[in-house]
Design a protein around this ligand. Structure first.
Ligand SMILES: Nc1ncnc2c1ncn2[C@@H]1O[C@H](COP(=O)(O)OS(=O)(=O)O)[C@@H](OP(=O)(O)O)[C@H]1O
Length: 283
């Protein structure tokens, strides 16, 4: 279905913003809450293959940034795509997962929101996080530290390194489970989404109770990129070059330390969600 035209909007009784062609800007039924570098862009793009999904283009940062939150719900809705009434709106802001004030805020507005969380091997995620900051600093001609000096301090894992904290999934998950039951939240295996996206997307479709529509033929492996790309009504596209960058080399003894460091937090997370993931424990 072609995207609705940019509208001259008018607020309706229930707070949603309507357009004469019958489309609405509505509170998202689905929020991709994270995790940063988990594969959130790939997930929202793949979900957009479904004709019943209308996705916000940009990261909205409404519930985590005070300046945005102070603007209130009408502002949030104004950031949403125009969707037909039978479509579900989705937005993704990867920083929501690790921001402790967000679960309560989303719950207060809409406790039925379906949450999608995409996670990757925590060590891999830290290296991806480092790579992102590395490139951002490089672009701004700023100094960057070698990854190993951030990961380890005085011979031990450096707990002060923020990227490590973001990979302590159980810590953040605790906050969400205070407000949302596990049934409202589906964890997407980000490593599997990279390896073979179709089965992971079928699980997402089922969780969201969407009519089965996403097909194996919607995905093809691009050897040059080294990742799956999307095929949508014959149009082929890969994610941006900033997605799928090479990670820095890390000395094996430091990698081993990292794997060990994450063992206990991972176990706690598995227990919390009642399932396991194939995350590395050893070199
Ligand atoms: N199909 C496909 N194509 C390209 N990249 C893919 C794909 N599926 C998942 N990924 C992985 O997504 C990682 C980026 O995650 P996010 O989009 O969540 O990053 S961000 O937090 O929004 O910056 C990105 O991390 P890096 O590999 O570190 O760049 C990718 O590994």
């Amino acid at each position: 279905r072609p995207p609705p035209p940019p509208p001259a909007s008018s607020p309706t009784d229930n707070g949603t913003v309507g357009h004469p062609n019958g489309t609405l800007q509505q509170f998202p039924h689905i929020i991709i809450i994270g995790v940063r570098k988990g594969g959130t862009r790939a997930l929202i793009e793949m979900l957009s293959l479904h004709s019943s999904v209308a996705a916000a283009q940009n990261e909205v940062h409404f519930f985590d940034w005070e300046t945005h939150f102070q603007r209130g719900l009408p502002w949030y809705l104004s950031q949403m795509p125009y969707a037909f009434p039978d479509q579900r709106t989705v937005e993704k802001t990867p920083a929501y997962f690790t921001s402790s004030k967000v679960p309560k805020r989303i719950h207060q507005v809409s406790p039925d929101t379906k949450l999608l969380l995409i996670l990757r091997d925590p060590t891999e995620r830290v290296l991806s996080d480092y790579t992102q900051v590395f490139y951002n600093r490089l672009q701004k001609h700023k100094h960057y530290q070698p990854v190993e000096s951030l990961l380890v301090k005085d011979g031990a894992i450096n707990l002060g390194y923020k990227a490590l904290n973001r990979s302590l999934y159980y810590l953040h998950m605790q906050n969400w489970l205070q407000y949302f039951p596990l049934e409202n939240l589906h964890v997407v295996d980000g490593d599997e989404l990279i390896r073979d996206p179709f089965p992971e997307m079928k699980k997402v479709e089922r969780f969201l109770e969407l009519e089965p529509q996403i097909n194996a033929s919607n995905f093809y492996f691009n050897k040059t990129k080294g990742f799956y790309c999307l095929r949508d009504h014959g149009r082929e596209r890969c994610l941006h070059d900033t997605k799928g960058r090479a990670h820095p080399h890390v000395a094996p003894d430091i990698l081993q330390k990292l794997y060990q460091f994450f063992q206990e937090p991972n176990r706690k997370f598995f227990e919390m969600v009642g399932r396991t993931f194939n995350w590395k424990m050893n070199i």
